[in-house]
Ligand binder design. Structure first.
Ligand SMILES: [Cu+2]
Length: 231
């Protein structure tokens, strides 16, 4: 499997190989699901920044025009370790639970003022705090009342077809059926907080679909990303 010819002349070697890897991964997945539903496809998404560098931690998600089929919810975990939330970016489907185990020796006080899920978990250590239910789509920014620098993002999406890009800027989404989708890509540092989107049509004969996004990011130290500034 090689990258489509059209990409080769313009992409630096690293990008081309990342894309080839994503495609190889996608093909392997497609073969595995060959006996699945008619028209099921693997979508390989590649995201880069404005300079063409692979962009990790991008939430990519597809919304089916025909409606999103129900799928079992996957709970999330955001731990606190080394005075940081890990991972920095989490994506879950609407209705999912996320737990916040504290693996530091110090206590944390996790909170969010974001409209889709305002909450407050007072000083605690270990796993004692109950999971939180994220039942509205949108962005939830997490902070810690004790440690101002702690920050994490939860992107809650109204679709089961989502993934997060890896260090090579690649994400893989299994799509259940041929049809029309709106594919979206969100990064916490995107200029203006914008979510990029593009239309995607998957034909019944497509085992693999590909999409490339280029996202413009704010300069790293522009206005700081403190949770309090991002309500
Ligand atoms: Cu803390």
């Amino acid at each position: 499997m090689t990258a489509p010819a059209a990409f080769r002349p313009v992409l630096p070697t690293m990008m081309a190989s990342a894309l080839a890897n994503a495609l190889a991964f996608a093909v392997a997945g497609a073969l595995l699901m060959a006996s699945g539903g008619a028209g099921a496809a693997v979508l390989a998404v590649q995201v880069q920044d404005a300079a063409g560098k692979p962009l990790p931690d991008v939430v990519a998600y597809a919304e089916a025009e025909a409606g999103n089929a129900p799928r079992a919810l996957k709970p999330g975990t955001i731990e606190q370790r080394g005075l940081q939330f890990r991972p920095l970016v989490t994506v879950v489907q609407t209705g999912s639970l996320i737990s916040f185990p504290n693996n530091d020796k110090v206590r944390h006080h996790v909170y969010s003022f974001s409209a889709p899920h305002k909450f407050d978990q007072k000083l605690y250590s270990g796993v004692a705090a109950a999971p939180q239910l994220f039942d509205k789509a949108g962005l939830v920014v997490l902070g810690c009342n004790i440690h101002d620098k702690m920050l994490a993002y939860v992107k809650v999406v109204d679709t089961p077809y989502y993934a997060k890009t890896d260090s090579a800027g690649a994400a893989r989404i299994d799509l259940p059926a041929a049809g029309k989708y709106t594919l979206k890509a969100w990064h916490y540092a995107a200029v203006g907080g914008a979510t990029a989107e593009q239309a995607l049509t998957v034909k019944a004969s497509d085992a693999v679909a590909t999409a490339v996004f280029k996202l413009a990011l704010k300069p790293p130290s522009a206005d700081g990303d403190a949770p309090a500034s991002d309500l």
